[in-house]
Design a protein around this ligand. Structure first.
Ligand code: FUC
Length: 926
């Protein structure tokens, strides 16, 4: 391009001069070389799966109209906390773990709202909260766009806007690069010199004085100089200093920067360019460290941390040295290494209608498999965009907030929400992204130790330890980048075990012994020490958490219900301590602390079955719903089913009881609550019911940009549902790999590749009419590989070259092989099997003191029936009668009233020897 000074002078004269402090004219520079013939979408050809299963489809959210931006902040929900409906529903999120941005794709004034995960003020609650960093406005003044499209490509993590205005085609693309830590915005016109705009970053929610005691002000200035606008200031509550720089590079035309008389409200005007690039870097003086959590004086938490100016300047300078294509390639390479690992295909075709219409049709009952795939991949996209090595973990809104005070502080809520954010991290092949939570934990650990000591001193002083780390660590529900809290109130100490589960999973999925020794084991051990002290013996010699609370559940009177030994706490204590003992064995640890924890395990009595046949939430509950809110969103009595594993296929009576609880709690709830239920239904192997919940989440709690809504927007539901889809397709928590463990009949034929099973096996599968046709297992670290699928022992098992592999048959449906790192196992020709239907009715009739009669409806194709019973809290059934040919059975006992609460279960055995699910009836003796 030429620097035509004549032309420049002419146009400069045409500018409206904003102030006397107008700064110099900068010509378009060629440092960031934009190749005009290159559109981003054709830079990267989607790859084929490493395992050969399918190609990555184009996954795109797209719309034929700009995001609405009515500028109105609604106060409809959350007791007056601002709620920007348009931002939540229409804008498209991008992010690199440090910075999030919401792109509106507008042609009049583009709005790109920016969030930095570390910028916080005084939150709506006591511990401070996330707040919006900046609004970037680009005044373009195209008021009659045609052929409009805006989209978010999940394949490339790039947001696009394109339209035609006055005969000129305009294109815009935005991406947030992790490797270069900048946001890159490209604007382009199809005709020379037709791109003009005004760049106008704004600091939101400025407040120079705070009249409360909190010092909750936000000051700042926006100053333009040459081709850079610097937005900087300070927030009083935590003394956070923030800075953002916006650098404009124009190709053709010219630009000029302006400030107002106070050297503020800086803008850059670009005129008559062909194209332009805007580079954005943001930062604060936040540094994740123990001090952030241990320092009680909010104003001092960041003392001594370098101010962000140098870092932000360096980021902009080094990005400027790269060409646009280098920046783009860096971004794509980085992003693709994660995103491309998993492919799924439920037989969908790429729709020709915009995403909002697709969703609207879906809500009206028009099923669409693409939307269901898209939502799954979106969850993976959102996690890659909000949780990276060196960044804070994904918070309640991921990394996206347009608010002054983000709902629920935009924090890390530990009674379900933050854990749910990380439920998909291992099984959808994104294990490295957990590092951000692990780093956060390492940083808060010192404070968490103090809180544990404080908690035990208050609640169980008799066994308080005086040695350092003797009481382990703990964490309560509320936590942010700046503070954590201790458990108590509406959520019991089990919140800690809920959290440490993630560390066990990190090891179990990766089998990385270094991680185990350095991070996971210390986390489990510290939690074990704490949890071993939150219990007290009761009169029967059981060890019960005291105090104890099932998250946010209220007694009938409306108050949070605090008790002793509720299921949530007992289960999470059990889960952590069981995982801890397994981990200790792996690394050869043995000491008195572990012995004590082992001795406690048998006294926790975590699972109780009630008169409705349900898993009880409280020990003092008889029938389901006796105490708490009947359809409460939390379903904490089932944490031992998911994410825990104590309730599993080897405890069939508990599995059945869990189903009762699930049914009673209902299939309708808030966003994340539905996501928890999806995972729970997969674990009881009811794929169709899990699917119903997934469907409900999409149909009732999904915004037009496919964000999950509680309401308001919360990202946990996106992540939880993504994990749930993975659990339908692959399970591995029962000691073996179980592909298609809860496959819904709706996804009749399909395939996936790249999901991960515990033991670090990467698994692919194809299926047809509900029947698996092939599996491929890639052993990433070696070790024993056990695979479960009906009739798998009769399948053909080969290596990649087609050479038959020998395997051990554990039973018809379970085989095992030993593998070396890098081995790939192919399985095909799995003989079909047909499921046997259970009986639809089962009636129990009292006969006399010594007998009851069970009768049921005949099932076609039944060879015979089996009758079982489970008494009290028994995890398993006893076989009462086998090979029953009739459709009734008289059960006899010494005294019926003396046998205790009993579940009777009748199953159907088909001619192929396969057994149906059970039908249940109960007798309750008080
Ligand atoms: C838990 C939930 C609420 C909400 C909040 C962020 O406290 O019970 O429903 O999701 O987290």
């Amino acid at each position: 391009m030429k620097n035509n000074s004549k032309c420049v002078l002419l146009v400069v004269n045409a500018f409206i001069v904003l102030s006397a402090t107008t700064v110099g004219v900068v010509f378009g520079q060629g440092t960031t070389g934009l190749a005009d013939n290159q559109t981003i979408s054709n830079v990267w050809n989607t790859t084929k799966s490493p395992n050969g299963v399918g190609k990555m489809k184009p996954y795109e959210l797209w719309y034929d109209a700009p995001a609405l931006n009515r500028g109105k902040v609604y106060k409809e929900i959350m007791g007056g906390i601002p709620y920007d409906k348009d931002w939540e529903n229409w804008s498209l999120p991008i992010g690199n773990g440090w910075m999030g941005a919401n792109v509106f794709g507008r042609s009049d004034t583009e709005r790109i709202q920016i969030t930095d995960n570390t910028l916080a003020n005084k939150g709506p609650w006591i511990i401070g909260g996330l707040t919006s960093f900046a609004e970037l406005y680009i005044d373009i003044n195209h008021n009659s766009p045609i052929n409009y499209k805006r989209s978010l490509s999940l394949n490339d993590a790039v947001a696009y806007t394109s339209y035609n205005n006055d005969g000129v085609d305009y294109e815009r693309s935005v991406f947030a690069s992790y490797p270069d830590r900048v946001m890159v915005i490209k604007l382009k016109a199809s005709a020379k010199g037709k791109l003009s705009f005004k760049l106008r970053p704004v600091i939101p929610y400025l407040k120079s004085i705070d009249t409360t005691a909190y010092n909750d002000y936000r000051t700042g200035k926006v100053f333009a100089s040459d081709d850079v606008i610097t937005l900087s200031g300070k927030m009083g509550y935590f003394n956070v200093v923030y800075e953002g720089q916006f650098k404009v590079l124009n190709y053709g035309g010219f630009k000029k920067s302006f400030n107002d008389a106070n050297g503020d409200n800086g803008i850059i005007v670009v005129r008559d360019a062909d194209s332009a690039i805007i580079l954005v870097a943001v930062g604060t003086n936040y540094k994740l460290s123990s001090k952030v959590f241990t320092e009680k004086d909010n104003a001092k938490k960041l003392d001594g941390v370098p101010l962000p100016h140098n870092m932000v300047t360096n980021l902009i300078q080094s990005a400027t040295k790269k060409t646009y294509n280098q920046l783009l390639q860096n971004h794509l390479q980085d992003y693709h290494q994660y995103f491309d690992r998993v492919k799924i295909d439920f037989g969908s075709t790429v729709p020709s209608i915009p995403t909002d219409k697709l969703l609207a049709n879906y809500k009206k009952g028009q099923w669409d498999a693409y939307l269901e795939e898209l939502y799954f991949q979106y969850g993976r996209y959102l996690l890659i965009s909000s949780s990276r090595l060196g960044t804070l973990p994904a918070n309640l809104q991921g990394i996206w907030s347009q608010y002054d005070k983000t709902p629920w502080t935009g924090g890390y809520w530990h009674n379900v929400n933050v854990q749910m954010n990380y439920w998909p991290v291992f099984n959808t092949n994104l294990a490295e992204l957990f590092t951000s939570y692990a780093d956060y934990y390492q940083a808060y650990r010192t404070e968490a130790n103090k809180l544990a000591t404080q908690y035990i001193a208050k609640n169980n002083p008799a066994i308080l330890s005086n040695i350092p780390d003797g009481n382990g660590w703990t964490i309560g529900t509320g936590a942010t980048a700046y503070a954590i809290t201790e458990p108590g109130g509406h959520s019991g100490p089990g919140t800690g075990g809920f959290t440490s589960k993630l560390f066990w999973e990190q090891y179990d999925f990766t089998r990385d012994k270094n991680l185990l020794k350095q991070i996971d084991y210390p986390a489990l051990l510290g939690m074990g020490k704490f949890l071993s002290k939150v219990v007290k013996p009761n009169k029967d010699g059981l060890l019960l958490a005291d105090p104890s609370a099932s998250p946010e559940q209220r007694a009938k009177g409306g108050k949070y219900y605090t008790t002793v030994g509720c299921a949530f706490d007992q289960e999470m204590i059990y889960e952590n301590n069981h995982d801890l003992l397994t981990a200790a064995k792996i690394i050869g640890q043995q000491d008195t602390t572990l012995t004590n924890i082992e001795n406690q395990l048998g006294k926790l009595d975590p699972i109780q079955v009630g008169w409705s046949g349900q898993i009880k939430e409280y020990r003092e509950e008889n029938k389901y719903g006796d105490i708490g809110e009947y359809r409460h969103r939390h379903i904490s009595q089932l944490v031992a089913l998911f994410p825990g594993t104590l309730i599993n296929s080897n405890t069939p009576a508990w599995m059945d009881a869990a189903k009762v609880t699930l049914r009673e709690r209902s299939d309708l709830s808030t966003g994340w609550a539905l996501a928890h239920r999806i995972n729970l239904w997969t674990r009881v192997k009811e794929g169709d019911r899990a699917y119903t919940l997934y469907h409900n989440l999409l149909a009732t709690r999904t915004l037009d940009n496919l964000w999950d809504t509680h309401p308001p927007f919360q990202i946990d539901g996106n992540f939880g549902a993504t994990a749930g889809v993975a659990e339908m397709l692959l399970q591995s928590h029962e000691g073996y790999i179980a592909p298609l463990a809860a496959l819904p009949s709706k996804w009749e034929s399909g395939s996936y590749s790249g999901l991960v099973a515990r033991g670090n096996f990467e698994v692919s599968a194809t299926w047809n009419k509900g029947q698996a046709t092939s599996f491929e297992v890639n052993s990433r670290v070696g070790g024993e590989c056990r695979i479960y699928y009906p009739n798998i022992s009769k399948a053909i098992v080969t290596d990649v070259k087609g050479k038959k592999l020998s395997f051990k048959i554990e039973n018809t449906d379970l085989i095992s092989l030993s593998t070396n790192k890098g081995d790939i196992i192919n399985i095909k020709s799995i003989p079909e099997y047909s499921k046997i239907k259970s009986t639809d009715t089962l009636i129990v009739t009292a006969m006399d003191e010594k007998s009851v009669n069970l009768s049921w409806k005949e099932v076609e194709g039944a060879a015979y029936y089996r009758v079982y019973k489970a008494v009290g809290n028994s995890p398993t059934y006893d076989l009462v009668a086998d090979k029953v040919l009739e459709t009734n059975y008289k059960f006899q006992a010494e005294s019926i009233s003396g046998i205790g609460r009993t579940t009777f279960r009748v199953t159907v055995v088909g001619k192929n020897g396969r057994e149906s699910n059970g039908r249940l009836v109960y007798i309750n003796n008080k």
